[in-house]
Design a binder for this molecule. Sequence first.
Ligand code: ADP
Ligand code: SF4
Length: 690
Amino acid sequence: MARDPRYDILFEPVKIGPKVAKNRFYQVPHCNGGGYRDPSANAEMRRVKATGGWAVLCTEQAEIHHSSEITPFIELRLWDDADMPMLARIADAIHEGGALAGIELCYNGMNGPNLYSRETPLGPMNLPILTFTNDPVQARAMDREDIRNLRRWHRAAAVRAKQAGFDLIYVYGAHGFGTAQHFLSRRINQRTDEYGGSLENRARLLKELIEDTKDAVGDSCAVPVRILVDEMLGDGGITNAEIRDVIGMLAELPDLWDLAHGSWDYCSGTSRFAEEGHLESYIKGIKALTSKPVVAVGRFTSPDAMVRQVKSGILDLIGAARPSIADPFIPNKIDEGRLDDIRECIGCNICVTGDMTGALSRCTQNPTFMEEWRKGWHPEIMRAKESDTRVLVVGAGPAGLSAARGVGLRGYEVALAEAGTELGGRVAKECRLPGLSAWGRVRDYRVGQIQKMPNVQVYLDSNLSADEVLEFGFGHVAIATGSEWRRDGVARFQTQPIAIDPAMPIFTPDDLMAGKLPTGDVLLYDDDHYYMGGVLAELLIKNGNTVRFVTPSIRVSDWSYNTLEQAFIQKRLIELGVEIHVTRGLMQVARDHAVVACTYSYRMSRIACDAVVMAVARSPNDELYLDLKARQADWRDAGISSVTLIGDANAPAPIAWATYAGHRYAEELDAPDIGDAVPFRRELAALSAR
Ligand code: ADP
Ligand code: SF4
């Protein structure tokens, strides 16, 4: 298909200093949890993306010096020449895919506790370092010699980056990272020398770093500046007006302005808290301050929204991190008029959790992300079927849909049987909860793909039994029958059912999602700790209930700290008037109250309520699988060679685990048995001489 001419503007080239971006699709720097530990996985991920049509692909932050490292987060390093081969591999991979390669140089300063290098962190002032984890470490105020050293280190890193093959070499001061931002902020910088006080003085280090980088590599490389648009601390921090003044002051110095938010949680706002294009009010008008191109993110997945950004003079380049993870082929799909095939980011920030936990990033929508090198997976292409066996997938949640799409793409004949009357499983239900509508995209993309495949048949209203599966005679059967929320208090705090008075109405998330809502004062017990408890609190408030949120954790929706949402969730619940009881575990439910224990002292107390809602553990729906397993002797006669349990029915987990399980099933169908071998490639440390 041909491109819709409305989108031609997105394919115009843009000059960035001495380089030319072939179109306006610009993948801004983003982490992937692999960094220096998994360089080949990192490189292959970028190479695959480059083949998807992006003009520019940037690395995550590269620490420029050993005195600025952010262990336990795993990013890239450019401490000395030894790091160059790894970076060259990434730059080469990006070039092979046909894009320009950018690198985000970073001196973390106040944000780097240096837990690994054991060096003293440096910052504008003698102040505790600013990390997520309140490390008990202070930064030392930089003197003039320290500033001269930093400028030398940055220059050396820029030269190395150029030698490693990068085309765009960043100066970074956004997201709370980057010493340039720390110097800009009145809150942190109260210096009395020429680097503190007036805005011009506070911007001096930024200006010098840009000048140094231009001088060192600007002849052949572009020098973008990534700068925050607001520190979100009111007049105490860097305001949007101040940033406009800074950009006005340094307007023509860099080759590109990359506008980001003050802290990562705002910049990478989830769909629950931030709309597509959420930075617009902070960015609008900045383009008029400079003749240099401007890029910014906004979780853009719609080409119409992208065109509007360009036509209305807000942006020159469409910045994307998460949309490029969820669908590395967005540019090509728009170019080829295949908008239906775009796999839209759902804004869940599961990708961020990979970085936050020191694991490899994963993506709810794109299970192949960071598996391009480890497993040889590709987001668009799968190897052709290896037999004419027919495949039955039971259950059309994220796992079943993902399996059916993958197996169908490989060319097998597939039947997808779903007990209910709609497709999507848990996603179809959860996307009706407050703030989660974008999650329906997990279903929409897969259903859209399956509908185009003549070899995939969908059967609704088909609650299959073991007898029926055996009768049908499919060669392979994938059981993706999901899970059910428990109503007996079992999760982490209690691992056995608790005593519950039958007079007290008990509700599970499944009940609430089915429209069965409690009345009166509700005790909402959350021993799940991800989004469900917080979302249900919002639903219950909307329903007119008084909500007493009780959790054994020290805070609401604890694990959502890893999706950068925790503070937003707790703030929202406080503002909605939810009564929050932390560090309380549920012991017993009586007819008109619950008994809870302090998780530290085990002192008991009572909380009165008319109903209890429990977000606790889930039970896998594995009966069908177990029935079939019990009848394994009948498989041969039925023509069945494998029955595989996948997704929540195997072990309940977030949606990303289910889409991954479905995709993995499709990839591994008819693959050779590898026995006990590790099922992915990994990079091992090369031993040095003793
Ligand atoms: P997952 O996250 O693993 O995909 P879900 O709970 O989202 O799991 O989806 C499971 C789906 O399986 C639900 O839509 C459910 O209706 C369906 N299902 C459960 N048991 C059967 C069965 N025996 N036959 C057909 N479909 C089933
Ligand atoms: Fe988007 Fe979620 Fe994938 Fe991240 S994990 S790219 S937020 S769909």
